[in-house]
Design a protein around this ligand. Structure first.
Ligand code: ADP
Ligand code: MG
Length: 604
């Protein structure tokens, strides 16, 4: 084994582990109590920030209720502590329960609202905290604060200042392990898919509703934990600790450290907690500085300090630790696919006054390529969107084999309908192989817990994810790009990536939306060959395509759409000479585009 291979074998978590051990030993080494206090505060802020990172950085949901959830956890723990329940573990469990409930309540608007409305609603909730505390003055002490919290214990033993600090570091380190295991798992990729686009998420069978709720719930946990820790730090709570400034500093730390990262939460927390200590006048200007930080970070470092470190690491790895080439895929590349008959009957859809589809009937059979062609704006993409369940039909019906197609997009996907998008939809911040594996998330269910604990069931699912990704990447010819950054690829390659993603779930029906545009001639030929093989394997294929030559070469049947209605249906030979089709195509700008491979067009 050479040095590079050895270096690659060192797990990425070894450095953080060493760091955690050192910090946990600090109290034992006899550092001053003011240092201990700062260590505890950094841990608390890091917990808060990591919760925001999960919902914002990974799931893309701007839920800013952390400070309110934190207050909930703190006051509940404080109340318990003041009423004789001083055990740290009990308090943590109760606070987590409260946090879950609050996380769901503050998140629920996000199921209906867009990103910014959710941000506003959850932020207002933070502003209400002092009033809510006032309302329950008897229990919370109102504006005067909650006093009389008894010293914390663990299994009946009192925790002195040093022991408490060790406990805080250990709890924080444990949470970071949980967080890391979660976001590096297939669930983490699924969150990134949701962040990229709910449409994409549901097209791979992810329930957007469930995924968002999970993000709010899991993201709330560390805030509840932080609350318990804070309540026991000074044994005193006051509403001022949970205000607007805290909410802004959590956001600032998240963005500065890097929202889509695990250790970015720690980096951001260290800087925002320890930075202000350098100046006593800081408090006064805190909000201004945080605001400026947010502005600067938002403009200059989109992925925060963790992003910069990550890019540096990649450079170093590329230079010094060349990746071993993956061995070629050994198994069967294309197993038989169990195609389903897709029948659309009398389908109509209007957007306002515009009849995008008007009584369209078409039929796609297993083992056939059914092409759907027509000028721009004729309703082809709308047709695919309707099949996928994104819009409700004004009239008509869509059937898969003999059953009416399910309503919700994620259910359609789980019924075996996979697609590519006219504008490729690929999450940022992941590799080609990860983007492809995301297509398999719903095919095989694994629980969050099994991912966090890396249980055997999870490991098996992951092994199959890796194996299937290698298979479909080889199938589309992208196996050598598996570890590249997915969004940095040229358009043609991104299209092939989407084809691979659509194939990984072994779909019954494949919907390709202008999949050949942006591909060079070689790639078009290879794609044509692949589509033929998929058809021969038994898949039902619907091909929306502007490249007329490709359509004529591949299609078994062609449907021509014009202004939302079927103009003609027939074999390639029939369509090629159909007078109506010729009239529709000749003399329109589309005719020339259709004649050139790739369509010469890349619109959204
Ligand atoms: P094609 O894919 O054939 O180029 P589309 O299906 O994208 O055409 O669009 C058909 C028509 O429906 C266009 O006029 C388009 O502007 C309109 N349309 C599509 N989706 C929507 C929508 N969500 N809201 C309003 N109009 C839409
Ligand atoms: Mg289209």
């Amino acid at each position: 084994m050479n040095l590079a291979t050895a270096a690659r074998r060192i797990p990425s978590w070894s450095l953080p582990l060493v760091l955690a051990v050192v910090v946990a030993l600090l109290p034992v080494l006899g550092v001053g109590s003011s240092v201990l206090r700062q260590v505890v505060l950094v841990c608390i802020l890091a917990l808060l920030v990591s919760g925001l990172n999960l919902s914002l950085g990974y799931a893309g949901e701007l839920a800013l209720g952390q400070a309110a959830i934190y207050a909930g956890g703190a006051y509940v723990s404080g109340y318990l502590g003041a009423h004789g329940q001083t055990d740290l573990l009990v308090q943590l469990v109760v606070a987590c329960g409260v946090a879950l409930v609050l996380g769901l309540i503050t998140g629920i608007p996000g199921l209906r609202l867009n990103k910014w409305a959710l941000a506003m609603v959850s932020f207002f909730l933070v502003l209400l905290v002092p009033d809510i505390l006032d309302l329950f003055e008897e229990e919370t002490g109102g504006r005067l604060g909650l006093t009389g919290i008894e010293p914390v214990t663990l299994f009946g033993l009192p925790l002195d200042r040093e022991a408490f600090a060790v406990a805080v570091v250990v709890v924080t380190a444990l949470w970071i392990v949980v967080f890391r295991n979660l976001v590096t798992s297939r669930h983490g990729t699924a969150f990134l898919v949701l962040r990229e686009s709910p449409v994409l998420a549901s097209s791979t069978g992810i329930s957007v509703f469930r995924m968002k709720l999970s993000a709010y719930a899991i993201g709330a946990l560390p805030a509840g934990i932080a609350g318990t820790l804070f309540a026991n730090l000074d044994q005193y709570l006051s509403p001022e600790s949970f205000g607007f400034a805290l909410a802004v500093s959590i956001l600032a730390a998240s963005i500065l450290g890097g929202s889509a990262s695990v250790y970015g939460a720690l980096i951001g927390a260290v800087i925002l907690q320890l930075g202000p200590l350098q100046s006593t006048e800081f408090e006064q200007y805190a909000l201004i500085v945080y605001g400026l930080l947010l502005l600067v970070c938002g403009v200059l470092l989109s992925s925060g300090i963790a992003g910069i470190v990550g890019r540096l690491r990649k450079k170093v790895e590329r230079r010094w630790l060349p990746r071993e080439q993956a061995p070629p895929y050994e198994g069967e590349l294309l197993p038989d696919l169990d195609g389903a008959r897709l029948s659309v009957e009398g389908l109509s859809k209007s957007f306002g006054g515009l009849h995008a589809l008007d009584g369209v009937t078409l039929d796609a059979r297993p083992g056939e390529v059914t092409a759907l062609i027509g000028p721009n704006g004729s309703g082809k993409t709308t047709m695919l969107n309707m099949i996928c369940g994104y819009y409700r039909a004004d009239a008509g019906e869509i059937r898969l084999d003999d059953t009416v197609s399910p309503r919700a997009p994620f259910q359609v996907a789980r019924a075996g309908v996979a697609r590519t998008f006219q504008t490729p939809s690929i999450p940022s911040g992941i590799t080609v192989a990860e983007a492809v594996r995301a297509g398999r998330y719903a095919t095989e269910h694994t629980s969050f817990l099994s991912a966090v604990l890396r249980l055997p069931a999870y490991r098996r699912a992951r092994a199959r994810d890796l194996d299937e990704a290698a298979r479909v990447l080889t199938l589309v010819g992208l196996q050598d790009l598996a570890h590249e950054d997915a969004t940095s690829l040229p358009l043609g390659t991104r299209r092939l990536l989407e084809v691979a993603r659509s194939l990984i779930s072994r779909p019954r029906v494949l919907l390709f939306d202008e999949v050949a545009s942006g591909l060079d001639e070689d790639e078009v030929d290879r794609l044509g060959e692949l589509i033929r093989r998929l058809r021969d394997a038994g898949a039902t294929i619907v091909l929306v395509e502007h490249n007329f030559r490709l359509v004529l070469a591949l299609a078994d049947r062609i449907h021509v759409l014009a202004r939302g209605s079927i103009l003609a249906t027939g074999s390639p030979a029939e369509i090629e000479n159909h007078p109506d089709v010729l009239r529709e195509y000749l003399g329109t700008p589309v005719a020339s585009a259709a004649a050139t491979p790739g369509g010469g067009r890349d619109d959204d």
